[in-house]
Write a protein of this length. Structure first.
Length: 179
């Protein structure tokens, strides 16, 4: 039988841990730096292990989930879904983001993209932890397509469609604009 003091201690400890985790998660989102996808692809070691905010074209399909930009290369999106991921990355992917990323175009049903190998697209803003290479501590030997972002949140700036949206560079030519 657990003593009242021990039960009280564990209740307080659990609540303190929850507050610390929520504070860290909020701090990570606030400390995320906006960066163009092309800049991220050109200088991956500069952003490795850092929270970033990027805008790009999300492509989803059979065994594919990535963001592309107005320059060559792509960044895979990785989800943080379980307690092990939470302890590893400090956050879980937000449920609203998971719902948005699995949005189906009108008339489609779950599994249609598996049989038809359809791709779906949307313009998105992604907040997450950038890594040059999946679970590698350094960027040594990484190619422009090795990078991934562990997703904290995704905002769909356009609905999911079967047609790829056009990417438009801004006036300086290095950051994505989309309405």
């Amino acid at each position: 039988m657990i003593s009242k003091k021990r039960a009280y201690f564990w209740a307080v400890f659990r609540n303190v841990c929850c507050v610390v985790a929520a504070t860290l998660s909020a701090a990570q989102a606030q400390s995320a730096a906006p960066v163009s996808g092309c800049k991220l692809l050109r200088n991956p070691s500069r952003y490795n292990g850092k929270m970033v905010i990027i805008k790009g074209r999300y492509t989803s399909g059979f065994e594919r989930s990535d963001v592309t930009f107005e320059c060559p290369g792509s960044i895979r999106l990785q989800l943080s879904l379980n307690p092990t991921d939470r302890s590893k990355y400090g956050f879980l992917t937000e449920q609203a983001s998971l719902n948005g990323m699995s949005q189906l175009p009108a008339g489609e049903h779950p599994g249609d993209n598996l049989t038809a190998r359809k791709l779906r697209y949307a313009l998105v803003t992604v907040v997450g932890l950038f890594k040059c290479r999946y679970d590698f501590p350094t960027c040594k030997g990484a190619s422009p397509d090795d990078g991934s972002i562990v997703v904290k949140s995704v905002q769909l700036d356009t609905p999911m469609t079967d047609s790829p949206p056009v990417l438009k560079p801004n006036a300086s030519g290095n950051a994505l604009l989309h309405e």
